[in-house]
Design a protein around this ligand. Structure first.
Ligand SMILES: [Zn+2]
Ligand SMILES: [Zn+2]
Length: 340
């Protein structure tokens, strides 16, 4: 079979490789489509893991199944999460599934951007979802990214009537707008340097869109909120500057949701005086767990999220390198899929 192997940032090769063997409690899926995540194009992240078959947003059809598997059969359309927890450890019992050792070790084999992918036992029993008939394969690839947003807003404790600022309007930014509106935000403010992405945010329902090439973020947020600033600031970009700007735009009693990591060696300077008296929370949200993916697929089934709203670019497997290029450029695109 063919799979897209990343050797370095901008060095993606489509290679022939072995179809994985399937054990008694595993399943083999013929992949229909796989999303590319902005996390997949962070150079330091790729270099740490290369060579690697990237792609953790796949959807496909089960073509082979182990004889001890219950609940799934050949022909089932599935969206499977790349990681699945044990459900029994200290972290899992607290709901912190991504801190679970099993979650961190588990992975789809060889990775989502391949013709066939093996779902290991933990992933199959723990976080593989049947795709409802009304949901297309393209829609289903949005399960994982949507689940990350579901989890983020849970952690940020979004409330009806909140003012939500979304910094960075790539796929995650656009999904954050859709879900903030769905959860009852009174005002969603969206900010980016790219005009195409700003225009797209308006279509997704953002009430105020700030093109950062034209307006200063702090001044603009201050003006539209009458000085109240935002109740929740979702910081999308992987940069200290974006985090600093986000902190400035967070109102009293508000929450800054850190949605993306920075490289390990970078530090963020905070002012404990302001954080204390304003009771501002800094809340990170990393990936998602099995409860979030289920909620996400329901939101997709309801039409809150769809490929039609989010997917702008599609490439065949042979052109995976180009697909990564479009995602890495973060320009006139939102979500890029590889169709297999
Ligand atoms: Zn992702
Ligand atoms: Zn666990």
């Amino acid at each position: 079979m063919k799979a897209a192997v990343a050797y370095d940032f901008k060095d993606i090769r489509v290679e022939d490789t072995q179809v994985p063997d399937v054990g008694p409690r595993e399943a083999l899926v013929k992949i229909a489509a796989c999303g590319i995540c902005s996390g997949d194009v962070m150079p330091w992240y790729i270099r740490k893991k290369a060579p690697i078959v990237l792609g953790h947003e796949p959807a496909g059809t089960i073509v082979e199944i182990g004889n001890e598997v219950k609940g799934f059969k050949v022909g089932d359309r599935v969206a499977m999460h790349h990681h699945a927890p044990c459900f029994t450890c200290r972290f899992c019992r607290r709901g912190d599934c991504v801190q679970c050792d099993t979650w961190r070790k588990s992975k789809l084999v060889p990775g989502g951007i391949a013709e066939y992918v093996k779902i290991p036992e933990e992933n199959l029993s723990g976080d593989t979802l049947l795709i409802p008939d009304s949901v297309s394969m393209e829609d289903a690839t949005l399960t994982e990214p949507t689940a990350c947003v579901v989890k983020g807003f849970k952690r940020a404790r979004i409330r009806q009537g909140d003012i939500v600022l979304v910094q960075g309007l790539g796929t995650m930014g656009q999904l954050n707008i859709l879900l903030a509106k769905h959860y009852g935000a009174k005002m969603v403010i969206a900010a980016d340097f790219n005009k195409y992405r700003c225009d797209h945010a308006r279509m997704m329902g953002a009430d105020v869109v700030i093109n950062l090439k034209e307006r200063d973020l702090f001044e603009a947020v201050k003006a539209v909120t009458g000085g109240m600033m935002a109740d929740i600031v979702v910081v999308g970009p992987s940069s200290i500057k974006a985090m600093e700007d986000g902190i400035k735009c967070c109102g009293r009693g508000g929450t800054i949701l850190l949605f993306t990591p920075t490289p390990k060696e970078e530090n963020l300077l905070i002012n404990p005086h302001d954080i204390y008296f304003n009771e501002v929370s800094l809340v990170p949200s990393y990936s998602c767990g099995p409860f979030d993916t289920r909620e996400a697929l329901e939101l997709i089934e309801m039409g809150v999220v769809s490929a039609e709203k989010i997917v702008t670019h599609r490439f065949p497997l042979e052109k995976t390198g180009e697909a990564f290029g479009v995602t890495a450029d973060a320009g006139d695109s939102i979500k890029t899929l590889v169709l297999i």
